[in-house]
Design a protein around this ligand. Structure first.
Ligand code: EPU
Length: 349
């Protein structure tokens, strides 16, 4: 029997601990392993699951589980990587939503198709990349995005969405919202395509990469070198979720008005900030948290990573509630000192 015809695998009372990078304990009443578009349609047509609330789980690297999940959990495991076509300017590459993101980035480079190297080593799956518009070292996935396929969880119909329809923003997309036509919980991303420009130029504007140029004396790195630099920078700063449970940056970098920023700089001249094209200013949340003395601290079994205050970690056996308690304490102290409300980046369930 071919895999698309094989019955989908369904588990009852399944542990999600292994399926979230924080390693938090939670039980899914029903867990469906989705390996094809046909599986999504089977769920939609299912007499019981069809009408039940769904929770879509990718690599589990951007979620904080604080309780058991009553919704039917769709664990997206759709495989496949291919070059779809070549245009005059770009290669269009595609991956199944269940592919590991970093593995996909490495594969594109092995095909001789650079463009995603700044996004190396970001944990999670390909299907999750557009949801939170992942970004690192001066590149966001929207900068290379071509289109994606998704299956509607009510009608079972397949749709193809372009970048405009995805409404990408800083760590944001239509898939994170339920209002104004948002698609959160309503649509399952099954495949994502990227356009990798043939006229490749390294993106080296980020401070950490400029440091690498200075260190190595190599001002014209090829894509593989940028990939290696990004991996080295991330390994030095960010905990490997396979070793220490975490969900990457726990808060978004807040954006404030120029006036508000001037006021804050007046009080704290050291504050790390980046002017945005629209006149507003983005502040480094990691710096704000660090300035409040949180780096390396713990509340219960949840802690603030020693080398990057923006990352909360599971020190072993933490519950989702402990992580949320720590996050709230951080939000309060940053608000108390700077008057800025930090917004969590992962989805809190
Ligand atoms: N900083 C501190 N103390 C800290 C942490 C940071 O002073 O404990 C300062 C740094 O020295 C630096 C500035 O804050 O001057 C920014 O830090 P960093 O370059 O490490 O980047 P970030 O703003 O903390 C963002 C993304 C990361 C991404 C990096 C690199 C967000 C929420 N986070 O972090 O994304 O890898 O830039 O592009 O935008 C993620 O989303 O999960 C993630 C890891």
């Amino acid at each position: 029997m071919s895999s698309t015809l094989a019955p989908m695998q369904i588990e009852q009372r399944a542990s999600l601990r292994e399926f979230n990078s924080f390693g938090l304990p939670a039980i899914a009443q029903t867990l469906v392993h989705v390996t094809s578009d046909a599986d999504v349609r089977r769920v939609v047509d299912h007499p019981e699951y069809g009408r039940t609330l769904k929770f879509i789980l990718g690599g589990g690297s951007n979620v904080v589980l604080t309780r058991d999940v009553a919704a039917v959990v769709l664990k997206i495991e759709i495989p496949g990587r291919r070059v779809v076509r070549e245009t005059a300017d770009a290669w269009i590459v595609e991956a199944g939503a269940g592919e590991n993101w970093h593995g996909f980035v490495a594969w594109t480079l092995a095909q001789g198709m650079p463009g995603l190297e700044n996004l190396a080593l970001i944990p999670g799956s390909v299907g999750a990349a557009p949801v939170q518009n992942i970004g690192a070292y001066g590149v966001e996935q929207k900068d290379r995005f071509d289109s994606l396929d998704a299956v509607d969880l009510v009608t079972g119909r397949s749709v193809t969405l372009d970048a405009a329809a995805c409404r990408f923003g800083y760590r944001d997309s239509v898939f994170k919202h339920t209002d104004f036509g948002g698609l959160a919980g309503k649509s399952v991303i099954t495949r994502v395509r990227y356009a990798l420009p043939k006229a490749w130029q390294p993106m080296l504007g980020y401070l950490d990469l400029e440091r690498k140029i200075a260190e190595t004396g190599n001002a014209h790195p090829d894509a593989k070198t940028v990939f290696d630099w990004v991996c080295a920078i991330r390994r030095a700063k960010l905990p490997d979720p396979a070793v220490i449970g975490n969900a990457g940056s726990f808060f978004k970098n807040p954006v404030v008005s120029e006036e508000q920023c001037r006021d804050i700089i007046g009080r704290d001249p050291e504050i790390v900030h980046y002017p945005l094209p629209d006149g507003r200013v983005k502040l480094a949340a990691g710096w704000l948290i660090d300035a409040c003395g949180w780096k390396g601290k713990s509340v219960g079994r949840a802690g603030v990573y020693e080398r990057q205050a923006l990352v909360l970690v599971n020190r072993g056996g933490a519950s989702g509630a402990e992580v949320v308690t720590l996050a709230r304490a951080i939000q309060e102290s940053v608000y108390g000192r700077f008057g800025i409300r930090l917004e969590p980046e992962p989805v809190i369930v």
